[in-house]
Design a protein around this ligand. Sequence first.
Ligand SMILES: Cc1ncc(C[n+]2csc(CCOP(=O)(O)OP(=O)(O)O)c2C)c(N)n1
Ligand SMILES: [Mg+2]
Length: 587
Amino acid sequence: MTAAARPAPRYGSDLLVDLLQALGLEYVSFNPGASFRGLHDSLVNHGGDRSPRTILCTHEEISVALAHGYYKATGRPMAAALHDVVGLQHASMAIYNAWVDRVPILLLGGTGAVDASKRRPWIEWIHTALVQGNHIRDFVKFDDQPASVPAAVESIIRAYRLMGAQPTAPVYVCLDIELQEGPLPAGAALPADLARWTAQSPVQADATGLAQAAEWLAAARSPVIVAGKVGRSAEGVTALRALAEGLAAPVIDGFAGFNFASTHPQDATGANAATLTAADVILAADVVDLWGTLRPGPSSGGPRTWSLSPGAKVISLTAAELLVHSWSSDYNRLQPVDLALVGDTKVALPALASLVAERLRPADKGMRETRRVGLAAASAKRRADWASEARAEGSKDRITPAWLAFCLRDAVAKHDWVLSNSSLDEWTRRLLPINERYQWTGGSGGAGVGYGIGASLGVALAHKGTGRIVVDAQPDGDLLYCTSALWTAAAERLPLLMVMNNNRTFGNSERHGGTIAEHRGRPVERRGIGTRVDSPPVDYASVARGFGISASGPVVRPADLPRALATAVEAAAAGEPYLLDVVTELL
Ligand SMILES: Cc1ncc(C[n+]2csc(CCOP(=O)(O)OP(=O)(O)O)c2C)c(N)n1
Ligand SMILES: [Mg+2]
């Protein structure tokens, strides 16, 4: 229903739905609740359940994770509606994930009646807080509880504008029941020229600093680029590649989203220590944990030592410090740098790439070409070694994440595919050609388990109808948190292939159990107590079928995996969800 075809708004929430439409929001995910029944009714009956359309989820954590995944796959924010204080509490961990990932979501709450003399007894008292935003204020960019319909219109516009400006982040606007359900106040209307209220230019880095960075990079003998979340913009990705190719510089990809093609000859991901310690100039683009990134060490702990070359210059380019809250330390450890450029890589990297291109000395061409050839040989060797290591795991008794990634690579090779969740212990990037920005949307941000399946729904919703298969390498523990997300996958008929990485354990915790037992000289064999989910084992294929999803497995033997995957991929290629249960070994 276009705005013109819609009836005139009669209630406060009708106008707010008109606003959501005018802002271009396509979907509102939620689990229903009386605190936003006015908004719900307006979405369904005033808006006709189109633009925005409702997506029913069975838990608020799923609603928010879905919106999180959808934004990363499309660059278009969604709204998620959260039932007063209880839905908000269920949603809070997913909001925290989106916050750390700096992903915008328009969170709409319901509350009230704020005027206590009008409240229903009990339920509206226990579900009204002073004010609800307190609960999540530390991990949203903005929250508000407007007291009238005109104020709600302005508040939602402000929230929308703020969440989309770098650094993007979730925002929360809580709507009083009375404001939603009451008749539209006389004179309340949407601004005619909405773009004038919402448009904002990106933050460019300081010109002198960019020129300095270009000088250093162009003159470097061993420049290195580290990419964190450049993939937030297509422009950033294109410029990163141009910059790296111009400089013949290796790129280390943090893989928190797509940054750099995994098969690019200058990809040095996986050779982090050797690459970083050889550098004389390092450009860190959109890297938040720069301290951790520059000290290559074991990912599961252990000593990290300062190992950059003496005199190596570090340039950081990020807008991250424009949004820092103090409650959680998601800003990470402080890293001294030689040049701290504050700006959006979307515009700053293209500018830097041009400035570097102007400064590259023809006399250094030979040096650059030698470097390029060396990098290509090293990257080809790394990938070949990884492939043979993974192939060899096919002769083990049990399926390992490497063998799973290896078989997945072949199974999807003839299709256009997207990876929505989990790196299979980093094996996906090592083995699969992840060369397009849409192919990988990154992890949870806040490392809150339960993100993966919900976010995969959002990614699959984004790609529905494109013919692409969205592959969710799905850890068992993460699915157990939000199992009922499977219902939304079925109801929305999402093109989602869930391939279980079912090690029948909260594996990360089991590994930690082994580490601490070893450290204390206690029996490591007991690390499965309180971590393993194998007695009884969960039959995920039956679980999926119970939600109306076709499924097969469990596949246990490595030799059976290629065939099972081929069947699963064919089923998913038809555009329907499919779950393949694969039992893997915890390494
Ligand atoms: C909400 C939440 N609770 C607990 C943890 C601690 N934790 C980190 S990883 C992990 C195990 C997750 O198991 P699974 O999804 O099966 O992945 P696996 O480690 O087995 O690959 C747990 C419990 C967490 N990160 N988030
Ligand atoms: Mg597990």
